[in-house]
Write a protein that binds this ligand. Structure first.
Ligand code: FES
Ligand code: FES
Length: 186
């Protein structure tokens, strides 16, 4: 049974080790903030942090995630106070929002290693596809997030979600109820 740390909680998946991490997160852990877009590594909607690196969870098996630290959009911050979350709202860089979790994850990984990225660096580090075309606002939001991370600017936390991640993780066919709920990050 593959074991890993998910949103700061140790979890074990009672699933085939070759299952893509994306499906373990969505179907077993019920962490549906991580989106299925293409399933073949093109869109970035499924990005999660694995040991701090933004990776496409549709291309990572549970076996490959074994023993690693995985953070989903639900676990990025407890109160939507991550600078990227704040700046995405402040810059209105969200339209349909389907691509947004993966973008936020990619941007968070970028800001962590480079809080003052150029537009070219953002384009290279955040290759996610957005069919709504929020790209110009995205660049502004990520640069603003960098200013917040560098404490050059303050922003209020983004609004709380309509559903508690712990509540979203109640139906857990492949993990114990307690473990899955804890993995929600609240
Ligand atoms: S669903 Fe993984 S890259 Fe598109
Ligand atoms: S905001 Fe709609 S796909 Fe990106």
């Amino acid at each position: 049974m593959p074991a890993l740390t998910l949103n700061d909680r140790p979890v074990q998946f009672e699933m085939d080790a070759q299952t893509p991490l994306l499906w373990a997160l969505r179907d077993a852990a019920n962490l549906t903030g991580t989106k299925y877009g293409c399933g073949v590594g093109d869109c970035g909607a499924c990005m999660v942090l694995i040991d701090g690196e933004a990776l496409r969870s549709c291309l990572v098996t549970l076996a490959e995630a074994e023993g690693r630290f995985v953070t989903t959009i639900e676990g990025l911050s407890r109160d939507r106070s991550h600078p990227v979350q704040q700046a995405m709202v402040a810059e209105q860089a969200i339209q349909c929002g389907f691509c947004t979790p993966g973008i936020v994850i990619a941007a968070a990984a970028l800001i962590a290693r480079n809080p003052s990225p150029s537009e070219e660096e953002i384009v290279a580090a955040v290759p996610n596809l957005c069919r709504c075309g929020v790209y110009p606002r995205l660049v502004a939001a990520i640069q603003r997030a960098g200013r917040v991370a560098r404490r050059r600017e303050r922003l209020d936390a983004a609004p709380a979600p309509g559903i508690d991640p712990a509540d979203a993780a109640l139906a857990v066919p492949a993990m114990s109820r307690t473990t899955a709920a804890e993995a929600g990050g609240e």
